[in-house]
Design a protein around this ligand. Structure first.
Ligand code: ADP
Ligand code: GLC
Length: 487
């Protein structure tokens, strides 16, 4: 039986992206279809989605749990997606500038609980058969924004209006969608869902907990993170629940969309290259140095960062080891948006060392590719990292990842120890212990390898030959759906 699966997500590459969630939501549907499932998408009607939508019709109105406004489910097509998509058209909630979650200044919208509750409600309406032509067997909800889909489907299953199963994927447990208890009445859920065995979390409403409690299966985006979040250190207060549900919690590593991220056919970079013909990488590096005003020096190891500027990403460690990086003759290019203080710190470093440090702000997809292509190393020293995609892009583009050994970083990067160098399995630099000294030692390993160009080239070739495609992940998701439907 082919599982009909509704993917519910708040972001979608290439239309709307604040981080890796968009990359996953954009690549997974095609991979699922190739692996034998029948996916469709449900998205909030954000301006970028509405502008790209070729509508095919109205599915049904969605009744709001509050009085003002209106909402309608539309069906249509989005360019590049080979399946119909559902868009929740509710202009009063979604037709706003800024990112999906907040205004241009990064302040979260005051009615986010309503906005994302309605997304969950719409998913449940589809599970109940709102579109007579296509009813999902599985609702697959991504991150807290879609967490209420699991609660609403559970409620509608209790009323025998659907038999759909739910899968909830944790992309980042740290963002939980917490709201005051007084907002519960807006969510359209049965009153008894406001309970410890429900969406209540320390006197608040938690959309993340709704997903974790009500989903039939939980996944997260790497095997290591699936273990880490069951500990008090990394469980963000939800480790007890995750331990209780360990039998339905699976770690499925994200893939890379190699149609988007491959130096062999990346039209935005200075010169194409791959593992067998790596020469073009030097041209990409020179172009990046030139564009960023750095010394155009092939011999200077170039370190790149493409990141949200948040505590999670370990960027204070980079600032702490920056003197060593510069003293060793290295260069640094940072592209990031987010925390103003981190941004100012990198801006100050760039002002002090304009030929060695460059800093760019904002979301810039093209520059992200040019940085990964032009860098010798990508820095991802995250405090925690559910999966991490930039290290996977770094591997593919021969920019060796320097990472803190946690989560998906631990699962995808092999440190340049003597034994892994000898075995030909090393692909980057990984350190244990989240402190500047450990990070500095990894940096020293990078400089030591840089002094041995033949070894560097060999590690780089190994890195570029790694494969983290979506096919494997998609097969696992399809097996999971199959298990839920036969169980
Ligand atoms: P997270 O989702 O936690 O931010 P990931 O490594 O999974 O981390 O994904 C980050 C994604 O966002 C990558 O595709 C990366 O290239 C992209 N990205 C992050 N910051 C920027 C930026 N300032 N400009 C362009 N792309 C960015
Ligand atoms: C989250 C995580 C990141 C992961 C991404 C996609 O944003 O922080 O580690 O790669 O989701 O799953």
């Amino acid at each position: 039986m082919t599982a009909r699966v509704l993917q519910v997500s708040a972001e979608l590459y290439p239309l709307l992206k604040t981080g890796g969630l968009a990359d996953v939501a954009g690549a997974l549907p095609a991979a699922l279809a190739a692996a034998g499932a029948e996916p469709r998408l449900l998205l909030p009607g954000f301006p970028a989605i509405q502008a790209a939508l070729a509508p095919e019709g109205t599915v049904a109105p969605v009744a709001l749990p509050w009085s003002e406004g209106r909402a309608t489910l539309l069906r249509g097509r989005l360019p590049g997606f080979g399946m119909p998509v559902y868009v929740l058209d509710a202009p009063g909630l979604f037709d706003r500038a800024g990112n999906p979650y907040g205004d241009a200044d990064g302040v979260a919208y005051a009615d986010n609980h309503r906005r994302f509750a309605l997304l969950g409600l719409a998913a449940a309406r589809l599970a109940e058969g709102a579109d007579a032509a296509w009813r999902p067997d599985v609702v697959h909800a991504h991150d807290w924004h879609a967490g209420l889909a699991c609660a609403h489907v559970a409620a509608s299953r209790a009323r025998r209006r659907t038999a759909a199963r739910t899968v909830f994927t944790i992309h980042n447990l740290a963002y939980q969608g917490l709201f005051p208890a007084g907002h519960f009445g807006d969510l359209g859920l049965p009153a008894h869902h406001y309970a410890m065995e429900g969406v209540e979390f320390h006197g608040q409403v938690s959309f993340m907990k709704a997903g974790l409690h009500f989903a039939d299966a939980i996944t997260t985006v790497s095997p290591s993170y699936a273990r880490e979040i069951r500990t008090p250190e990394q469980g963000c207060g939800l480790d007890g629940l995750l331990r209780r549900r360990a039998d339905v919690l699976h770690g499925i590593l994200n893939g890379v969309d190699y149609a988007v991220w491959s130096p062999a056919h990346d039209r935005g970079i200075a010169q194409a290259y791959d593992a067998d013909r790596p020469a073009g990488k030097a041209a990409c590096k020179a172009a990046l140095q030139r564009d960023c005003g750095l010394d155009v020096a092939a011999g200077a190891p170039l370190f790149g960062i493409v990141s949200r500027l948040t505590e999670q990403k370990g960027l204070p460690l980079v600032l702490q080891v920056l003197p060593d990086l510069l003293a060793g003759g290295g260069q640094l290019v940072v592209l990031g948006s987010g925390d103003a203080r981190l941004d100012e710190a990198f801006a100050a470093a760039a002002a002090r060392h304009p030929r060695q440090v460059a800093r760019r702000t904002g979301m810039d997809e093209g520059l992200a590719h040019r940085i990964v292509a032009g860098s010798d190393v990508v820095l991802v020293p995250s405090r925690f990292e559910p999966c991490g995609l930039t290290q996977l892009y770094g591997l593919r583009y021969g920019a060796l990842p320097l990472v803190h050994r946690v989560g998906g970083l631990a699962d995808t990067v092999v440190d340049c120890t003597l034994e892994d160098l000898a075995a030909g399995t090393a692909t980057g630099f990984a350190f244990d212990g989240f402190d500047a000294d450990a990070c500095r030692r990894a940096l020293r390993r990078a400089f030591a390898l840089w002094q041995r160009p033949e070894d560097w080239a060999a590690v780089r070739a190994t890195a570029m030959r790694q494969r983290f495609g979506w096919d494997d992940a998609a097969r696992r998701y399809v097996a999971l759906y199959g298990g839920l439907l036969s169980g």
